[in-house]
Design a binder for this molecule. Sequence first.
Ligand code: SF4
Length: 354
Amino acid sequence: MEKIIEYIRKVSEKLDKARIMTFCGTHEHTIATYGIRSILPENIELIPGPGCPVCITPASIIDEAISLALNGVEVITFGDSFKLPGIKWTKKDYPKNLMEAKERGGLVRVVYSPLEVIKEKDKEKVFLAIGFETTVPATISLLERSSNIKILSAHRLTPPVMKYALEKHGKGNINGIIAPGHVSAIIGAKSWEFLPKEFGIPTVISGFEPTDVILSIAELVMMIKNGDAKLVNTYNRVVKYEGNVRAQKAIEHWFEVKDASWRGFGIIPNSGLFLKEKWKYLDAYWQYGLKLEEGENDNPPGCRCAEVTLGMTKPNDCPHFLKGCIPERPYGPCMVSAEGTCRIWAMVFGRKKG
Ligand code: SF4
């Protein structure tokens, strides 16, 4: 490891500055937990990117899920979405999140896997399906095996938001990208070829161990120094060029790609997965006539989560960070999930401070 760090130091001496965006919350988790920023030369900046699916789930989806739960429909959710705030609570007396809806008598159940409910035939349930491409196969297992559940799809696609983030940063301001590992296992390394080809940005698909991340940074600084934009897969023990073709076919069978709303960002073209028309009897949007609003202004007042998620500001620039917004009582969405940058920084740096 020391030799690789030495190598990074040597190569980066010839660089002005290298701004590297890490897409995944899990990469940011590794970087913050193992203090990787502190061992890199000052001219290498690691910027956390938009890879937290909970952080970008539109507030109106949460408000609609709360409304279903309060009206007798059981809402099934993963633990990391239980405290995810909606937006209605900021204007009127309304539960802030599904946890508060449950406290007020709403039907909400937290599961480790949606498969926990497949055999239940009593009352109708809605599964709050949050996640990027990685979690869609679990939703499909549910669709294939249960006749008693509707899907509220908040599934979002990663390549379109990567493009969106790059456009927000502006040409030339991101010099390298660490692309997601888990997502790439599904969609394949091929899905990131557009980054070097269209944007001219060196890109490395990385695993999540500290050594994986440091190796990926070494690959990137070398490419940046040589002005050589390529796609490199350092996680080939898991990620194949074509990805998981069986999973891709299953996704295509059930879902279609449409424009979708992202929390704090608004609509991003072709960035969401929604059940196809022929499966509408399984679709909570159709079944319950749910209406979703665009997500551009759906963070609570003062919350800077949209900028944090795009890597345009840091959590400690937000006035609420570790004051009104803490992991136990999140005010904004980036403090909720273990993949949210604010929560990661609160857990790592907040603990050190305290
Ligand atoms: S600290 Fe809380 S309020 Fe501030 S940006 Fe992060 S999630 Fe939003």
